[in-house]
Design a protein around this ligand. Structure first.
Ligand code: 44T
Length: 853
């Protein structure tokens, strides 16, 4: 046996430090030099490859080179993005993350790319990870808050806070398990709550499946925290992919599920249950053999549902789904042709949804029922033949007596979910529930008046596993009148629209061929219907143009811009005199906007629109023609600039803009991302006397006590949910900022007047403060739970519009406080408002009365 002690020991130093390798060192230093040189030459692709080599060969250089490496990565990724080399882009990020697996900046940036490409779930996962690594990293926080809703939707909080619903589900499950159903599958387990109920009730085997990765991971955490690890088998998959015995050993006797949305079938419950009956459940209790014990038969909780419908008049719904105005901002709208929102009962167009959702009780302006609620459908979830027959079933027609007078705007739908024979949950508008109703808006281009005595004829069908309701006719005095989507009582309107359409499309490449309607998003439709907003813009634009004309006439044409005025690169067409130099106006609003056209209609203006969609451009062209705006007065900016990200450029080399219109507030109620950065850039592209619209935004807010907002933001209270510890896990996804609020109908108590919180000056971005302390006096005693906020958008010194207004397409937002703040009338509260990269945050703390105020 060799004497191990005589073997020379390898020295410590030798073991730890690799031998110096001069060739390798040489390669590293040469590559580093090349990387730096390429970076200097803006050859980011090559620089990136050199950096990869350097850092893989010499990880000790990571600290030294991390900044430049990141910079190179981001620049190269932007280039790959604009070249459409998406796979390469993500490969680069993956290589970067192999080197820097915990670099929150790289993770966050990869999330931003994922988000831009529509991978929202994955993007949100990246922002969450970046934030876990660095909890106060502002960019990741901002990004995470904007997308957390996709990761863990807000209704999870509402459902977990809904004690009645939790209790009813628990009771029904307990009864079924005690009655003999001892193998259970929870389809769409979410936080795992129904599966845990089954286990707690004594089920021998419990399985759960969840298709969302984030929810699956959350369910695993929750189940472990409740000591049920290994006792509930959770699968990250869609139930439709499950097989016996691959995923579960044998068929189960009970399926529990709450995969229902406001329209009942939108989460695919019909398909899931047909599959479950055919592959995962024991055969149902048969009437022929009632002796079969429950453990040998299959059943489903909920056992079935009854769907109700009701016709309503509702201005709020109307203005989001139909064009309601014949004139806006001085432009006649008839030539726009038929405009539709993306919500339609016809299934011809893939881009439409059959319904939208609203809480009828919270709609601003309320609603008027035009019929009594009617029974639209009964469905038995324990009858697979009925489920299978649903979609092949004939379209059924119901005749509904009209009971109220008004315009038909929508059919509202809700349901009763029968958990078992005894117990049910209702999602009705009058119910004390947080659930939304499904809204099937009427899409006719004209009004559809109903009055008592009429009969409304509604077709009910089930296509593509969605329930569809469509008002097809009205019977009045024995005659049927068809309101269908194409019915138009005003033929002259159509003729004009058609003519303008034909003329406007001449000479343009309209590849998609003629279409009889154009789609606008709901918020775009509401914006177009907003006359006061457009009138304010018209006045502000007219004032600017008048001022500039005056200035030019005083200064003479060539001094106005402080630049020598050269002839236009694209002179006005025709043999006429080129006329005076035009004023250049750029509208960089997101989505559909007629502001550029309004500017063009002022005369002596060359307006550029950043409307992107061909269909939308065609609408603007038709409107231009019908409103006498010369063709050359309106151009589409994105057709001119090559790089979409470089929208803010001069109109041409020698010119500057007279006005740049920035879209400053998103529909959801938040300041648009990067607004201040855009404003800074826009400011540099303005001629003397030119203007950014808006020039200033003032943020307002107030103190409120609102339990509703609390229930939507986090699982409340110290008590466990149904005895389970769930809150701390799901509450990680709490987001302090709530968006898309209707402040006018939010259930809340006002605890202060509205106060000015912050000013964003877009004409002088350097003048903005970044922090401001605002003292607010409580006008009543209570618990401050939230600070809702909105904006006054100042187009110029005199003209402004508010985002908290009945006609507005904007919703409001609110900061929900981490801890409610108890106040008594007269107390002062200090609100600390900060602006960081166009993102506003607000926190509240008490200011005691003894402090100087
Ligand atoms: N809506 C509340 C709750 N899932 C929607 O990923 C209900 C609102 C509501 N997992 C009116 C009434 C109500 N296999 O996490 C989600 C989802 C998952 C599945 C595996 C499947 N086949 C599915 C289908 C969905 O289940 C979870 C819940 S589904 C959405 C619940 C009274 N307004």
């Amino acid at each position: 046996m060799p004497n191990t002690s005589t073997r020379p020991k390898r020295g410590r130093r030798n073991r730890r430090v690799p031998r110096e390798d001069p060739a390798r060192n040489e390669l590293v230093s040469r590559s580093l030099e090349s990387a730096q040189q390429c970076l200097f030459n803006q050859d980011y692709g090559t620089a990136f490859v050199h950096y990869l080599l350097v850092l893989n060969l010499a990880p000790v250089l990571k600290d030294f080179a991390s900044e430049s490496f990141r910079f190179t990565l981001f620049k190269w990724a932007d280039e790959l993005d604009s070249l459409g080399r998406i796979q390469d882009l993500f490969d680069c990020y993956e290589q970067a993350l192999e080197l820097f697996p915990t670099d929150e900046v790289i993770i966050n940036s990869m999330g931003e790319h994922l988000f831009r490409m529509g991978f929202r779930d994955e993007a949100a996962g990246h922002f969450h990870k970046a934030l876990k690594l660095k909890p106060d990293y502002p960019e990741a926080k901002e990004n995470f808050y904007r997308v957390a809703n996709w990761l863990v939707e807000r209704w999870h909080f509402l459902m977990l806070n809904d004690r009645r619903r939790n209790h009813k589900y628990q009771q029904a499950i307990q009864k079924a398990v005690e009655g003999g159903c001892n193998t259970v599958l929870d389809i769409g387990t979410g936080t795992g709550i129904l599966g845990m109920c089954a286990k707690k009730a004594g089920a021998a085997e419990v399985y759960a499946c969840e298709l969302s990765k984030t929810m699956y991971e959350l369910a695993c955490e929750v189940v472990t925290a409740n000591g049920m690890n290994g006792r509930i088998k959770i699968l990250h998959m869609k139930s439709l992919e499950m097989e016996v015995p691959k995923d579960i050993p044998k068929r189960v006797s009970l399926v529990v599920t709450e995969t229902v949305d406001a329209g009942l079938f939108g989460e695919g419950i019909i398909e899931s249950l047909i599959h479950a009956w055919n592959h995962l459940l024991l055969p149902p209790q048969s009437t022929q053999d009632p002796s079969r014990p429950p453990s040998h038969a299959g059943r489903v909780i909920p056992a079935g549902a009854t769907v109700f419908g009701m016709a309503v008049q509702c201005l709020e719904i109307r203005r989001h789904h139909r064009l309601c105005v014949s004139e806006v901002g001085g432009l006649a709208t008839a030539a726009a042709g038929e405009l539709h929102s993306p919500v339609s009962c016809s299934s011809e167009d893939d881009s439409t949804e059959p319904y939208t959702t609203e809480r009828l009780s919270r709609l601003p302006g309320g609603y008027t029922p035009l019929t009594e609620p009617f029974n639209a459908l009964d469905i038995d979830f324990n009858n697979v033949q009925e489920l299978e027959g649903l979609c092949s079933r004939e379209v059924s027609r119901v005749r509904l007596p009209v009971t109220g007078e008004g315009l038909l705007d929508a059919l509202a739908v809700w349901f009763q979910l029968h958990l078992d024979q005894q117990s049910s949950l209702s999602t009705g508008p009058k119910e004390d529930t947080c659930w939304e109703q499904a809204i099937y808006p009427v899409q006719t281009p004209h009004n559809f008046p109903l009055r008592p005595g009429d009969e409304l004829i509604v077709e009910i069908s089930c296509r593509d596993a969605y329930l569809r309701l469509c008002s097809v006719a009205v019977a009045r005095d024995g005659r049927e009148n068809n309101p269908g989507p194409s019915g138009n009582p005003n033929p002259s309107l159509n003729a004009e629209a058609e003519l303008c359409s034909a003329l406007a499309c001449l000479g343009t490449e309209q590849s998609s061929g003629p279409r009889d309607y154009t789609m606008l998003e709901c918020a775009e439709m509401a914006l177009l219907n907003n006359q006061p907003y457009h009138d304010s813009f018209r006045r502000a634009l007219a004032k600017l143009i008048t001022n500039l004309k005056d200035a030019r006439s005083v200064q003479g044409p060539s001094q106005g811009q402080g630049l020598e005025v050269m002839p236009l690169t694209d002179p006005p067409s025709g043999p006429m005199d080129p006329g005076p130099d035009p004023f250049y106006v750029l509208d960089v609003s997101e989505g559909f906007s007629v502001l550029s056209l309004m500017a063009a209609s002022q005369g002596q203006v060359k307006a550029y629109s950043s409307v992107e969609k061909t269909q939308h451009q065609a609408v603007l062209r038709r409107l231009a023609m019908a409103n006498g705006v010369p063709e050359e007065a309106l151009e589409f900016w994105l057709n001119q600039v090559e790089d979409e990200q470089a929208v803010l450029q001069r109109p041409s080399r020698e010119k500057l803009w007279s006005a740049i219109i920035l879209d400053c507030v998103e529909t959801c109620g938040l300041v648009r991302q990067k607004l201040m950065e855009k404003a800074t850039l826009a400011r540099c592209l303005l001629e003397d006397g030119g203007q950014i619209f808006p020039e200033r935004i003032v943020l307002y807010g107030m103190l409120v006590e609102s339990d509703t907002l609390l229930l939507e933001s986090a699982v409340q209270g110290q008590e466990p949910t149904l005895g389970f510890n769930i809150a701390p896990f799901i509450n990680q996804f709490t987001v302090p900022v709530h968006v898309f609020l209707d402040l006018s109908t939010l259930q809340c108590r006002h605890l202060s007047d509205s106060v000015e919180l912050f000013i964003l000056d877009l004409m002088n971005t350097n003048a903005n403060y970044t922090n401001r302390d605002v003292k607010v006096q409580a006008s009543a005693s209570g618990r401050v739970t939230a600070v809702p906020f909105w904006y006054q958008i100042h187009l110029n010194e005199e003209i402004s519009v508010s985002t908290f207004n009945q006609d507005s397409h904007w919703k409001q937002a609110a900061v929900v406080l981490h801890q409610p703040l108890a106040v008594r009338e007269g107390d002062w509260v200090r609100l600390a408002v900060t602006l960081q990269k166009s993102s506003i945050s607000i926190s509240a703390s008490p200011r005691y009365c003894c402090e100087e105020v």
